[in-house]
Every structure is written in structure tokens, then in C-alpha cells.
Design a protein around this ligand. Sequence first.
Ligand SMILES: Nc1ncnc2c1ncn2[C@@H]1O[C@H](COP(=O)(O)OP(=O)(O)OP(=O)(O)O)[C@@H](O)[C@H]1O
Ligand SMILES: [Mg+2]
Length: 283
Amino acid sequence: MSDSHLRVGHVSKTFRVGKEPLQALQGVDLTVASAEFVTIVGASGCGKSTLLRIIAGLETRFDGEVRHDGRPIEGPSLDRGIVFQEPRLFPWLTVEQNVALGLENAPLDAAAKRRVTAEHIALVGLAGFEKAYPRQLSGGMAQRVAIARSLVNRPGVLLLDEPFGALDAMTRAHLQEELQRIWKHERITAVLVTHDVDEAVLLGDRVVVMAPRPGRIAEIFHVTAPRPRDRKDPELLRLRNAVLDALEATQRGAPNLSAPTRLEPQQRPRERASGVPLAARSV
Ligand SMILES: Nc1ncnc2c1ncn2[C@@H]1O[C@H](COP(=O)(O)OP(=O)(O)OP(=O)(O)O)[C@@H](O)[C@H]1O
Ligand SMILES: [Mg+2]
């Protein structure tokens, strides 16, 4: 497989709202290694989706540069799959037709397209539902179809914008496991935006904490816990607290604006007492 590293170099993005400029991103620098899993958390409006859309090539007017595998990103590419919070399936197409849409321009004959489509439906655990329509699927199943569609071209990069945000806790936990399995199996480079700090820590090799107004990177945490990960791993729990602290600092308007820091395990902030049940906390 080709090298699929991403390089976001000093990216700034200003929108115009009426006559007022609105700086959505300021000086964002981030390199994502090939086959790395990076998660991004941050307050609403801090530019997470804007950053993901720029990496996807859906947003092309910005300052700075973004490269995939060394080449500038100038528009959408089949080599970068994207999954949104809602599955965005075509209601009049079956599961297999929705997934096969991703192969429309692929240089494959009809039999190969059918085989690849079936493989990806099986990969997300939906074998047997090929002929079902979206209205016949649960929310989690529909989201799995969207993931299969984004993977069917075997992209080097998978971009996910709150993909499990609309799902119940059990389905979400199940799909987090599925996503880890697929990511490992396909050796894909993944960037996932989430409001769920537990999810960010569970899935990420690194967790990027963004700060708002203007959107920028406040801190980067490395997650060294071995995979497959156990949600109850004390290291993950400690790290979750550290990420929450960093997020709270950005909300208080006292962001840690130092260069992205690497926290070695022994340097990690100690778990601190909190009156708020951590499981109920997200941003
Ligand atoms: N097309 C647009 N036109 C004008 N402003 C925009 C546009 N898209 C985003 N913005 C602004 O840019 C900022 C960042 O938006 P973005 O959607 O990237 O935030 P986000 O971090 O993804 O938030 P959320 O967590 O709520 O999804 C916001 O202030 C938003 O209002
Ligand atoms: Mg968003």
C-alpha cells in the first residue's frame, strides 16, 4: 500500500459571515503518520470539521498547505474516505447499491465490483443485509454502511467527523471495536473528530485538543496503552482526565498555547478528584 501520511502545514482559514471575518483556524500544524490513528477533540465551533473538510479536499480556500503522501491536496480524492455524523445514504438504493456507489469510477469490471462490494459489506458485519433499504436498518447499521462505502475504494486515509455521535452507548461501543478492527486490518491512516473524550483516548494513537476562537491546536497527547485496548485500563483513565483538564483550560480562555507537547507516561498529570462523574462528561 502507498504511504499515506498527512501533513497539515500552518493552515489558517477565515470565513466571512456577513461583512465580518471569522477565523475558523489559525496556524494549525499536524503531521499524521501512515497507519496512525489521530483523534481530535475540542469545543463546538473550534474548527474541527473545517480542518477535516480541508484534509478531505472539500474546502480548498485556505492559507497554508495540506499534503497527502507528499502531494498537495487540491480537491476530494477516492484515496481519502470520509464519514459524517449522519450516514447520508440514498434511501432509494439498497445496502449493496449504496456501497457500490463508492466504486462507480473504479477501474474494475462488474464482477469485480460485486465481489469488492460484498467483501466490504462483510467487513462491517452486514452480510445478509445486501438487499435491505436504509429505512430497514438501525442507526448503527446505517452508519456501518456509510463506513463500508468510504472504505470500498481502499483509501489510504479515512476521515471521520463524529461518526458515532447519534448512536446509543452500546451501539457506539460496538462500532468503536469494529472501527479499531477495520483500521488494524486495512492499515489505514485515520483521523476522527469526536466530542467523546473516552472515545478519543480509546481509539487514538494521539489525541489532539483544539481551542476555540480562533481554532487552533492547544495540546497533543500520546496514548501508549497497548492494543487491543481495555476501556478500564488505568492509563486510559488517567489520560482521559488529562485531556478533560486541557479541554477545560481552553474553555476558561486560558488555553495551553505552548507548542504541542508530548507527555511521557511519568509526566502525565495525576488523576484529580472531581465532583462530576467522568462518564457523564463530554464536550
Ligand atoms: N461555511 C461556513 N461559513 C461561515 N462560517 C463557517 C462555515 N463553516 C464553519 N463556519 C464557522 O467556523 C467555525 C468552525 O466551525 P466548525 O464547523 O469547523 O466547528 P466544529 O469544531 O466542527 O464544531 P462542532 O463541534 O459544533 O461540530 C464556527 O465558528 C463556524 O460558525
Ligand atoms: Mg463539527
